[in-house]
Design a protein around this ligand. Structure first.
Ligand SMILES: [Cu+2]
Length: 219
């Protein structure tokens, strides 16, 4: 932030007003550019942990889902610093452990990890956490509509079946492996998946038809 909107605020409870103003002003800006209104606007009155995660990574340049295929930090595709799905207060959480798929590309034999899907007042939050990835490479995970044993997860889960194949109608997580081959990110969607998103599948970003590993959620 290059300026401080708080300094112009009158009033005796300046510190408190400052915190709210600071927080909500930024969220409002983010909301306008994102049009991901529900999660962000309700976040205005929420606790600071969630707001902190909402602030991070929001910018005009990566806000448009149509551009998100190229934006590594797009909130519609995941935010590594967001509150992970297994730590969302009051949410119902299911977990899945990744298992390697026969369709994986060479060099992916050590991929391990887990995924969590939380449903609560903010909709659905999904976190994936993996190790054994190729350092520096980009990956994509999606919620899928079938179990891993059925056609490696089958089609993508969609909120509106037959609708758009992009977020927010599907749940996509894009992330990059760090130097140690670890990748982790979290994405939120204002709608609840119910029990229809049975699995999450990880793909190399450059070869999306290629399925590396799959995790069934333990509903
Ligand atoms: Cu997929």
């Amino acid at each position: 932030m290059s300026h401080d909107p708080i300094s112009s605020l009158p009033g005796r409870d300046k510190a408190s007003a400052a915190r709210m103003h600071h927080r909500c002003a930024r969220l409002t800006v983010a909301s306008v550019v994102l049009a991901a209104t529900a999660a962000l606007l309700t976040g205005c009155g929420g606790d600071s942990t969630d707001n902190a995660s909402a602030r991070t990574g929001a910018s005009a340049s990566d806000a448009d889902p149509s551009q998100s295929m190229d934006g590594m930090s797009d909130m519609a595709m995941g935010d590594p610093s967001a509150t992970p799905a297994d730590r969302i207060p009051g949410a119902e959480v299911v977990k899945g452990t990744f298992a390697l798929l026969d369709t994986r590309p060479p060099g992916m034999d050590d991929v391990k990890g887990a995924a969590w899907l939380a449903q609560g007042s903010k909709g659905t939050t999904v976190t994936v956490s993996l190790t054994g990835l190729k350092p520096g490479d980009a990956y994509m995970a999606h919620l899928h509509a079938q179990q891993c044993s059925a056609d490696n997860g089958g089609e993508h889960f969609q909120f509106d079946k037959g609708g758009a194949t992009t977020p927010p109608n599907e749940v996509h997580l894009m992330f990059k492996a760090d130097k140690s081959g670890m990748g982790k990110t979290t994405v939120n969607n204002p709608r609840k998946t119910g029990q229809d998103a049975l699995a999450v599948v990880v793909h190399p970003r450059k070869a999306m038809d290629n399925r590396i590993a799959c995790a069934d959620f333990d509903y």
